[in-house]
Design a protein around this ligand. Structure first.
Ligand SMILES: *Cc1c(COP(=O)(O)O)cnc(C)c1O
Length: 412
């Protein structure tokens, strides 16, 4: 790794940290190091590297451990982890994983023990929900779901839940973009007696550009890098960031065991996307705001879900306190239920009918029959996943072409 330059702003640091061209034969871009194993400079260095890896020894100040084996670490992961830290305000260390679910699973397995409870907001990403409700329960971990955005109920649950070890917040919630107050949850956690629960935030939808959970008291920030961070719908990856490097050190030991580090090629691709994540998200958010605000008054639209169009006072307050810009996702409920929604999807010419989000291209899906098809009727009704609801992830196309596409798909 290169010596770190400090005191620079994040858009500069992301381009200057973590990479030393001298270690890549002078190449202006890092090489891809696909090697599975690394040659030690001496048997003593090998012994030391294994002591550090296993956590038997702690590194001396400034000590760089030798590379060992690519399930533990490799240069492209180190470069990427170094470059992503300045993008997340307040973060001190990062780890990269081979999917968002790998990042979330490793975070929960590192910090939860049998008998512990994890409190989580719903709706939450389907994989996360299945992990907590359909898997961790069999390991003796209880999950307690709290309604996203219900600040008073969440504070109350944090105050009264026994053996609370982790608070996992996904905000805004998918697909209705309901926002949960991170600061109030973190404050409620810190007021409990004994060791405070860890506050984890899945920041995939608005971070790292528009929402900064470390400033609001979060301990760990989780990402599906598959979405905005990579931005082109062409790789699967995950990231965890922390204010406290000790949390990352603990998670690294588990990543070594689970073998779910991001592979060198994917690290290289993702590192090359980081300098433009702010540009892409700003453009997509501007596009989405223009389109959502216009479509909101379309006669075929029953309800538009978009942060700049919130009408609930609590939601407006959280958005203003917590988010710089409204982001590039909206959901729109059409008059006419499922036939109207499917008709709309069939008629789109520019926007693709696909799940996932956060790419430079616009993607549209029908949550009730796809991403949220595992919900019971009651769950769907509770969070507003109706037959007529369509979720949209706006890209960086010209917004006028997208608006025209949506309008022609709504016509007739
Ligand atoms: C996509 C997504 C995940 C899962 O990420 P993968 O990279 O698909 O494993 C987790 N959380 C949110 C909010 C997501 O959108």
């Amino acid at each position: 790794m290169a010596e770190e330059k400090t005191g620079l702003r994040s858009s500069t640091e992301v381009l200057t940290r973590g990479f030393d061209p001298r270690l890549s034969v002078g190449s202006a871009r890092p090489a891809v190091f696909r090697s599975s194993t690394y040659v030690f400079s001496s048997p003593e260095r090998a012994e030391r590297a294994f002591d550090l890896l296993a956590g038997r020894a702690k590194p001396e100040p400034g000590e760089q451990s030798d590379l060992v084996y690519s399930r533990f670490n490799h240069p492209n992961a180190e470069i990427l982890e170094s470059q992503i830290v300045p993008l997340e305000k307040g973060a001190q260390a990062a780890l990269v994983f081979n999917s968002g679910m790998a990042a979330i699973t490793t975070a929960l397995f590192t910090f939860l023990r049998p008998g512990d409870t994890v409190l989580y907001t719903v709706p939450i990403y389907g994989g996360t929900q299945s992990l907590i409700e359909g898997f961790l329960d069999s390991w003796g971990v209880s999950g307690i779901a709290v309604q996203a955005g219900d600040t008073a109920a969440i504070e109350d649950a944090i105050r009264t839940t026994e053996n609370l070890r982790v608070i996992l917040i996904e905000t805004p919630a998918n697909p209705t973009l309901t926002m949960t107050d991170i600061r109030s949850a973190a404050t409620a956690g810190s007021r409990r007696k004994g060791e405070p629960p860890l506050v984890m935030v899945d920041n995939t939808l608005l971070g790292p550009t528009f929402q900064h959970p470390h400033d609001l008291g979060a301990d760990l920030i989780l990402y599906s890098a598959t979405k905005y961070l990579s931005g082109f719908s062409d790789l699967i990856g995950g990231v965890v960031l922390a204010k406290d490097p000790e949390l990352i050190r603990k998670m690294r030991l588990k990543r070594n065991l689970f073998g779910n580090i991001l592979q060198p090629d994917e690290c290289w691709i993702l590192a090359s996307r980081l300098p433009t994540v702010g540009l892409r998200m700003n453009r997509a958010s501007k596009n989405a705001q223009r389109i959502a605000e216009r479509l909101a008054s379309h006669p075929k639209v029953r309800k538009m879900y978009y942060p700049s169009l919130f009408d609930d006072a609590g939601q407006i307050r959280i958005r203003l306190e917590q988010c710089d810009f409204p982001g590039a996702m909206f959901s729109v409920e059409l008059h006419g239920g499922k036939p109207a929604a499917f008709d709309f999807l069939r008629k789109l010419r520019l926007a693709y009918n696909a799940v996932s989000l956060g790419g430079v291209e616009t993607l549209v899906c029908h949550p009730k029959t796809t991403t949220h098809s595992g919900f019971t009727e009651a769950q769907s009704a509770e969070v507003g996943v109706t037959d007529g609801l369509v979720r949209v992830s706006i890209g960086i196309e010209d917004w006028r072409d997208l608006l025209a596409d949506f309008e022609q798909a709504l016509a007739g």
